[in-house]
Design a protein around this ligand. Sequence first.
Ligand code: V47
Length: 378
Amino acid sequence: MGKNLPITDANLYPIHDKVQGEERLSFDDGVALYESPDITGVGYLANIVRESQNGNFAYYNINQHIDYSNVCILHARCHFCAFARKNIKTDGAWEMSVDEFLDNAAYSIDHGCTEIHSVGGLHPKLPFEYYLDMLRGLKKRMPQVHLKFFTAVEIHHFSRIFKMSIEEVLIALRDAGLDSLPGGGAEIFAEETREKICPGKLSAEGWLEVHDIAHRLDIPTNATMLYGHLETVEDRVDHLIRLRAQQDKSGGFITFIPLAFHPENTRMAYLPSTSGLTDLQNIAVSRLMLDNFPHIKAYWIMIGMNVAQVSLSYGADDIDGTVTEEKITHMAGAVTPESVTVAEISRVIREAGRIPIERDTLYNEIIREGHRWHRRAA
Ligand code: V47
């Protein structure tokens, strides 16, 4: 068994058999994958799943990130965050008016973006109308553009401060133009570690409940996991298995994005940055454990374009997008550019031996004719 396989760790052979038989991997398999010294072998296994699900394609999108404000009532609680500020008077704080936000988003029209990704801190004072007006204003100006707004933590915050149920919040936002939720705020679900890195933040159950309700309302969402801080290997596997169980239940996750912790300017600045091998390992193990997630995204902003390129053979089928003005990671010391061109993304993907496909948020292929674009009919 395994004689002609590019696997040197015998602990991976039974997992190889399960992967070949399309059998679900267990908690112990997840731990064995993380503990294996044979990263190439783990990547080989992840690549089998990646190619069976997404062939030779590698997806990207043309998108814009706009963070409407970094004022956050949890500013003192999330020890991994370099983005949040106590109030608008604090050094480095910002708060866009709806008009400023809409002016900022004009970039999306000029640059043919198919998606705007917008999140903010948990703002104590902005009224619900502010969020509705942002969405309505964008939908009026650019009805084609997909609006991926607000993490589960923001949705829960709105429900609390506006005294509405999660369902009421999501329905009102959806009616105003919300198309999907990004995957942020999940951090690490394991209670003990979560309590150390972000005490008092929305719990794992709370995060999953918001996504559950969104899925029931036909609002698709993404999921993330923050790694490279105080979490154990068991915490990571537990996180992936809880996401997999949620996907079995509600089925609305589109893509999973492992997020590499950036320590600079945070209260955990004593920790080292993640290594390329840890980044590849997290991509590969998530591809293997999350058998019911259609896509795994290598977020180049956090792991760098070089590792993102290699990850296309370690389980990832998506490289995120052009991005533009990313703040959360750059305020925590990311050295990647804040934006990249389509030509560069295509070159990176082709060089990895994959076929670049421009997609929208829901993975419909985008066809461009000059400045105009449309989604390929299914
Ligand atoms: O929720 C915060 C994380 C998330 C740091 O859904 C940090 O398509 C690293 O969720 N170092 C926001 N990470 C980013 C996010 C995301 C990004 C790209 C695509 C999608 C998607 C979602 O970033 C936060 C938090 O988990 N984060 N601080 C830090 N210092």
